[in-house]
Write a protein that binds this ligand. Sequence first.
Ligand code: PEP
Ligand code: MN
Length: 347
Amino acid sequence: MIVVMEPGATEAQIEQVIARLHAFGFDVHRSSGVNQTVLGAIGVQPDFDVRQIKVLDGVAEVYRVTTPYKFVSRAWRREKSVFEVAGVRIGGPEVVVIAGPCSVESEEQIFRTAAFVAEQGATFLRGGAFKPRTSPYAFQGLGEAGLRLMRQACDAYGLGMITEVLDVSQVELVGRYTDIFQVGARNMQNFPLLRELGRTEKPVFLKRGLAATIEEWLMAAEYIMASGNPRIILCERGIRTFETATRNTLDLSAIPTVQKLSHLPVFADPSHGTGLRDRVIPMARAAVAAGADGLIIEVHPNPEEARSDGPQSLYFEQFAELMHQVRLIAQAIGRTVAERSPSSVRM
Ligand code: PEP
Ligand code: MN
């Protein structure tokens, strides 16, 4: 339930409403703007008569929140969430591009990739040091050595860093290196992990689960936000459908749908969404046209030799072409993409 106080409601009136809500058994989360206060009353009480709050002095409106999520909803926060991380604004007019290999493999691979994607206008470097692989025999990532290489490459080329954290036990270690924690599709409902990340200071990039509905995805984000961390980026990365022609089905309709339901920024991952490199550029264009706040793209200096996800990783020339095309689409809808920055290259 959301209680909107009248503009100019007094502190005493606000406190009286909070006291009444507590007495009725609600937890209260207060959000005060310049001249208006909004109270979020948490605690499902299907029979609660909202008039008991409506009649109190200073109350302008009381809304029942019918969705099971609250903090991530548009009802809780009307305007889009915009926040800055590693000097980049997320959720604003700029379409933010994250690029890099699926896995960090070597110093040469990550530095060459960082140099190239930075030059093309990407602002974050991606790369897994801990990999969630379907097979226990597949390459599992370089671990801390991979985190260290990524951090060095990001610092050398002025990029922000995003990398996956697989488990609660890795949060502290990964947090020492990364700017953004990535929660992979397979971990979207790892509730202890979501809670733990909710207690950290760094933004969380929450990928949609392979078989998750939009509501389940937003409930996963709610875990993070309810634990205290409001800086969440949602990422549509394709879902399982009956279709087998592509690795997953990139659900682009999820982008405007989520933007209607939630204030959180939404990115798209056409690499995992299609699984095939020749589908990545068209779907990146489409995602930006659909309103995505950013893209995450797999790029590799030598995709044939990639230790994971080679078939969906772009060649450098393809990434340059993607950036060119995405810039045109962004411009057509009144958005921007960071400039190419040859000066950042220190190869
Ligand atoms: C990845 O980003 O490399 C990855 C494993 O993604 P997802 O969790 O979406 O499969
Ligand atoms: Mn991958």
